[in-house]
Design a protein around this ligand. Structure first.
Ligand code: ADP
Ligand code: MG
Length: 236
Protein backbone atom coordinates (compact mmCIF):
# COMPACT_ATOMS: atom_id res chain seq x y z
CA UNK A 1 0.00 0.00 0.00
CA UNK A 2 1.44 3.34 -1.03
CA UNK A 3 1.12 6.31 1.28
CA UNK A 4 2.59 8.72 -1.25
CA UNK A 5 0.54 11.80 -2.05
CA UNK A 6 -0.77 11.81 -5.60
CA UNK A 7 -2.95 14.90 -5.27
CA UNK A 8 -2.51 18.44 -4.00
CA UNK A 9 -5.31 17.86 -1.51
CA UNK A 10 -4.50 15.65 1.44
CA UNK A 11 -8.24 15.01 1.85
CA UNK A 12 -10.35 14.55 -1.26
CA UNK A 13 -14.08 13.86 -0.92
CA UNK A 14 -16.08 13.03 -4.05
CA UNK A 15 -19.89 12.87 -4.37
CA UNK A 16 -20.01 11.40 -0.90
CA UNK A 17 -23.45 10.29 0.25
CA UNK A 18 -24.70 8.54 3.33
CA UNK A 19 -28.22 7.17 3.40
CA UNK A 20 -29.87 5.04 6.02
CA UNK A 21 -32.80 2.77 5.27
CA UNK A 22 -35.23 1.47 7.81
CA UNK A 23 -38.93 1.08 8.34
CA UNK A 24 -39.57 1.31 4.61
CA UNK A 25 -37.99 4.73 4.15
CA UNK A 26 -34.57 6.17 3.38
CA UNK A 27 -33.03 9.10 5.24
CA UNK A 28 -30.30 11.08 3.51
CA UNK A 29 -27.67 12.15 6.02
CA UNK A 30 -25.01 13.35 3.56
CA UNK A 31 -25.97 14.32 0.03
CA UNK A 32 -23.25 14.25 -2.64
CA UNK A 33 -20.53 16.15 -0.76
CA UNK A 34 -17.45 17.33 -2.67
CA UNK A 35 -14.56 18.70 -0.64
CA UNK A 36 -10.83 19.22 -1.15
CA UNK A 37 -8.67 20.05 1.85
CA UNK A 38 -5.14 21.24 0.99
CA UNK A 39 -2.31 19.99 3.19
CA UNK A 40 -1.82 22.20 6.23
CA UNK A 41 -5.26 23.78 6.13
CA UNK A 42 -7.28 24.37 9.30
CA UNK A 43 -10.87 23.72 8.21
CA UNK A 44 -13.82 24.32 10.53
CA UNK A 45 -17.10 22.49 9.89
CA UNK A 46 -20.18 24.19 11.35
CA UNK A 47 -23.92 23.73 10.96
CA UNK A 48 -27.02 22.88 12.95
CA UNK A 49 -27.27 19.78 15.07
CA UNK A 50 -28.16 16.82 12.86
CA UNK A 51 -26.74 18.39 9.68
CA UNK A 52 -24.26 15.55 9.18
CA UNK A 53 -21.04 16.99 10.62
CA UNK A 54 -20.07 13.95 12.71
CA UNK A 55 -21.07 11.60 9.90
CA UNK A 56 -18.77 13.46 7.50
CA UNK A 57 -15.90 13.35 9.97
CA UNK A 58 -16.43 9.62 10.57
CA UNK A 59 -16.32 8.94 6.83
CA UNK A 60 -13.14 11.02 6.40
CA UNK A 61 -11.62 9.02 9.26
CA UNK A 62 -12.63 5.77 7.57
CA UNK A 63 -14.56 4.77 10.70
CA UNK A 64 -17.65 4.28 8.53
CA UNK A 65 -18.29 3.31 4.91
CA UNK A 66 -20.38 5.64 2.72
CA UNK A 67 -23.43 4.61 0.71
CA UNK A 68 -21.74 6.07 -2.38
CA UNK A 69 -18.88 8.33 -3.33
CA UNK A 70 -15.30 8.27 -2.14
CA UNK A 71 -12.79 9.62 0.36
CA UNK A 72 -9.10 9.76 -0.53
CA UNK A 73 -6.47 10.50 2.09
CA UNK A 74 -3.06 11.32 0.65
CA UNK A 75 -4.27 9.90 -2.67
CA UNK A 76 -5.37 6.56 -1.17
CA UNK A 77 -9.02 5.63 -1.79
CA UNK A 78 -10.39 4.38 1.54
CA UNK A 79 -13.11 2.38 -0.22
CA UNK A 80 -10.47 0.21 -1.91
CA UNK A 81 -8.90 -0.89 1.38
CA UNK A 82 -9.62 -3.93 3.52
CA UNK A 83 -10.52 -3.27 7.17
CA UNK A 84 -6.95 -4.16 8.18
CA UNK A 85 -5.35 -1.82 5.65
CA UNK A 86 -7.84 0.88 6.61
CA UNK A 87 -6.84 0.57 10.27
CA UNK A 88 -3.18 0.70 9.26
CA UNK A 89 -3.68 3.79 7.11
CA UNK A 90 -5.69 5.50 9.86
CA UNK A 91 -2.95 4.76 12.37
CA UNK A 92 -0.38 6.45 10.16
CA UNK A 93 -2.35 9.36 8.75
CA UNK A 94 -5.11 10.33 11.18
CA UNK A 95 -5.42 11.46 14.80
CA UNK A 96 -8.91 11.87 16.22
CA UNK A 97 -10.21 13.90 19.18
CA UNK A 98 -13.80 13.34 20.31
CA UNK A 99 -16.15 15.46 22.40
CA UNK A 100 -16.27 12.85 25.18
CA UNK A 101 -12.46 12.26 25.25
CA UNK A 102 -12.77 8.45 24.75
CA UNK A 103 -9.80 7.62 26.97
CA UNK A 104 -9.43 4.00 28.09
CA UNK A 105 -10.54 4.12 31.75
CA UNK A 106 -8.36 1.22 32.92
CA UNK A 107 -5.15 2.81 31.60
CA UNK A 108 -3.23 5.72 33.12
CA UNK A 109 -2.75 9.00 31.25
CA UNK A 110 0.69 7.85 30.10
CA UNK A 111 -0.56 4.42 29.03
CA UNK A 112 -3.38 6.03 27.03
CA UNK A 113 -0.88 8.16 25.11
CA UNK A 114 1.34 5.11 24.58
CA UNK A 115 -1.43 3.06 22.91
CA UNK A 116 -1.02 4.43 19.36
CA UNK A 117 2.77 4.53 19.75
CA UNK A 118 2.82 0.83 20.62
CA UNK A 119 0.27 -0.08 17.94
CA UNK A 120 2.43 1.48 15.24
CA UNK A 121 5.43 -0.39 16.61
CA UNK A 122 7.41 2.71 17.41
CA UNK A 123 10.38 2.42 19.74
CA UNK A 124 10.64 4.28 23.03
CA UNK A 125 6.87 4.48 23.40
CA UNK A 126 7.17 5.38 27.08
CA UNK A 127 9.71 8.17 26.57
CA UNK A 128 7.72 9.59 23.66
CA UNK A 129 4.48 9.28 25.64
CA UNK A 130 6.05 11.30 28.46
CA UNK A 131 7.23 13.94 25.97
CA UNK A 132 3.69 14.31 24.68
CA UNK A 133 2.26 14.57 28.18
CA UNK A 134 4.78 17.31 28.81
CA UNK A 135 3.72 19.07 25.61
CA UNK A 136 0.16 19.29 26.95
CA UNK A 137 1.36 20.29 30.45
CA UNK A 138 0.44 17.04 32.19
CA UNK A 139 3.76 15.33 32.85
CA UNK A 140 2.94 15.23 36.57
CA UNK A 141 -0.31 13.37 35.89
CA UNK A 142 1.30 10.48 34.00
CA UNK A 143 0.22 7.87 36.56
CA UNK A 144 -3.33 9.16 37.01
CA UNK A 145 -6.38 7.36 35.62
CA UNK A 146 -8.96 9.26 33.53
CA UNK A 147 -11.43 9.28 36.45
CA UNK A 148 -8.84 11.15 38.52
CA UNK A 149 -8.55 13.91 35.90
CA UNK A 150 -10.82 16.87 35.14
CA UNK A 151 -12.59 17.08 31.76
CA UNK A 152 -10.05 19.56 30.45
CA UNK A 153 -7.17 17.37 31.59
CA UNK A 154 -8.73 14.30 29.99
CA UNK A 155 -9.10 16.18 26.72
CA UNK A 156 -5.46 17.26 26.91
CA UNK A 157 -4.45 13.60 27.31
CA UNK A 158 -6.66 12.77 24.32
CA UNK A 159 -4.89 15.50 22.32
CA UNK A 160 -1.48 14.11 23.31
CA UNK A 161 -2.66 10.66 22.19
CA UNK A 162 -4.04 12.00 18.90
CA UNK A 163 -0.78 13.75 18.00
CA UNK A 164 1.55 11.08 19.43
CA UNK A 165 2.32 9.41 16.09
CA UNK A 166 2.61 12.81 14.36
CA UNK A 167 -0.27 12.20 11.96
CA UNK A 168 -0.52 14.59 9.00
CA UNK A 169 -4.30 14.84 9.60
CA UNK A 170 -6.08 15.68 12.87
CA UNK A 171 -9.87 15.32 13.05
CA UNK A 172 -11.70 16.84 16.02
CA UNK A 173 -15.44 16.51 16.68
CA UNK A 174 -16.64 19.26 19.06
CA UNK A 175 -13.56 18.81 21.27
CA UNK A 176 -14.71 21.62 23.59
CA UNK A 177 -18.35 20.53 23.69
CA UNK A 178 -18.15 19.11 27.23
CA UNK A 179 -15.96 21.87 28.66
CA UNK A 180 -16.63 25.29 30.16
CA UNK A 181 -15.67 28.27 28.02
CA UNK A 182 -12.33 29.02 29.68
CA UNK A 183 -11.17 25.39 29.63
CA UNK A 184 -12.45 25.02 26.07
CA UNK A 185 -10.41 28.00 25.00
CA UNK A 186 -7.27 26.50 26.54
CA UNK A 187 -7.89 23.20 24.78
CA UNK A 188 -8.29 24.98 21.43
CA UNK A 189 -5.14 27.02 21.96
CA UNK A 190 -3.33 23.78 22.64
CA UNK A 191 -4.73 22.11 19.52
CA UNK A 192 -3.80 25.12 17.41
CA UNK A 193 -0.30 25.40 18.83
CA UNK A 194 0.55 21.74 18.24
CA UNK A 195 -0.95 21.68 14.76
CA UNK A 196 1.06 24.77 13.86
CA UNK A 197 4.27 23.20 15.16
CA UNK A 198 3.59 19.93 13.34
CA UNK A 199 2.10 21.42 10.17
CA UNK A 200 -0.97 19.22 10.69
CA UNK A 201 -4.03 19.49 8.48
CA UNK A 202 -6.97 19.91 10.87
CA UNK A 203 -10.69 19.41 10.37
CA UNK A 204 -12.58 20.73 13.40
CA UNK A 205 -16.31 20.28 13.90
CA UNK A 206 -17.67 22.94 16.21
CA UNK A 207 -20.82 24.77 17.30
CA UNK A 208 -18.74 27.70 18.46
CA UNK A 209 -18.64 30.60 15.98
CA UNK A 210 -15.69 32.19 17.83
CA UNK A 211 -13.75 29.01 17.38
CA UNK A 212 -14.67 28.66 13.71
CA UNK A 213 -13.44 32.22 13.14
CA UNK A 214 -9.91 31.03 13.99
CA UNK A 215 -9.91 28.66 11.00
CA UNK A 216 -8.41 29.17 7.53
CA UNK A 217 -11.73 28.14 6.04
CA UNK A 218 -15.25 27.40 7.27
CA UNK A 219 -17.79 25.13 5.61
CA UNK A 220 -21.41 25.13 6.76
CA UNK A 221 -23.41 21.92 6.50
CA UNK A 222 -27.19 22.12 6.23
CA UNK A 223 -29.26 18.97 5.70
CA UNK A 224 -26.23 16.99 4.59
CA UNK A 225 -25.04 19.49 1.98
CA UNK A 226 -22.34 22.17 1.97
CA UNK A 227 -24.44 25.33 2.12
CA UNK A 228 -21.47 27.71 2.47
CA UNK A 229 -17.72 27.55 1.93
CA UNK A 230 -15.83 30.60 3.20
CA UNK A 231 -12.15 31.40 3.37
CA UNK A 232 -11.30 32.93 6.74
CA UNK A 233 -8.29 34.88 7.90
CA UNK A 234 -5.31 32.51 7.76
CA UNK A 235 -4.18 31.14 11.09
CA UNK A 236 -0.85 32.66 12.24
P1 ADP B 1 -24.27 16.43 13.54
O1 ADP B 1 -22.94 15.90 13.97
O2 ADP B 1 -24.20 17.53 12.55
O3 ADP B 1 -25.12 16.81 14.71
P2 ADP B 1 -24.76 13.70 12.67
O4 ADP B 1 -23.77 13.47 11.58
O5 ADP B 1 -24.45 13.12 14.00
O6 ADP B 1 -25.06 15.26 12.78
O7 ADP B 1 -26.17 13.12 12.24
C1 ADP B 1 -26.83 13.56 11.06
C2 ADP B 1 -28.19 12.94 11.00
O8 ADP B 1 -28.09 11.54 10.81
C3 ADP B 1 -29.02 13.13 12.25
O9 ADP B 1 -30.36 13.37 11.87
C4 ADP B 1 -28.88 11.82 12.97
O10 ADP B 1 -29.99 11.59 13.77
C5 ADP B 1 -28.77 10.86 11.83
N1 ADP B 1 -27.97 9.66 12.14
C6 ADP B 1 -26.64 9.63 12.31
N2 ADP B 1 -26.19 8.39 12.53
C7 ADP B 1 -27.30 7.60 12.51
C8 ADP B 1 -27.53 6.20 12.67
N3 ADP B 1 -26.53 5.34 12.88
N4 ADP B 1 -28.80 5.77 12.59
C9 ADP B 1 -29.81 6.64 12.35
N5 ADP B 1 -29.65 7.93 12.18
C10 ADP B 1 -28.43 8.43 12.27
MG1 MG C 1 -22.09 15.70 15.82
Amino acid sequence: MSLQASHDSIIQVRTLSMRLSGGGRTVTILDSINLDVPAGQFLAVVGPSGSGKSTLLGLIAGLDRPTSGSVELNGVDLGALSEDDLALLRGRLVGIVFQAYHLIPTLTALENVMVPLELTGGRDAEARGREWLKAVGLEERAGHYPAQLSGGEQQRVAIARAFACRPPILLADEPTGNLDQTTGRLVIELLMRIRREQGTTMVLVTHDADLASLADRVITLVDGRIARDQQGTPSP
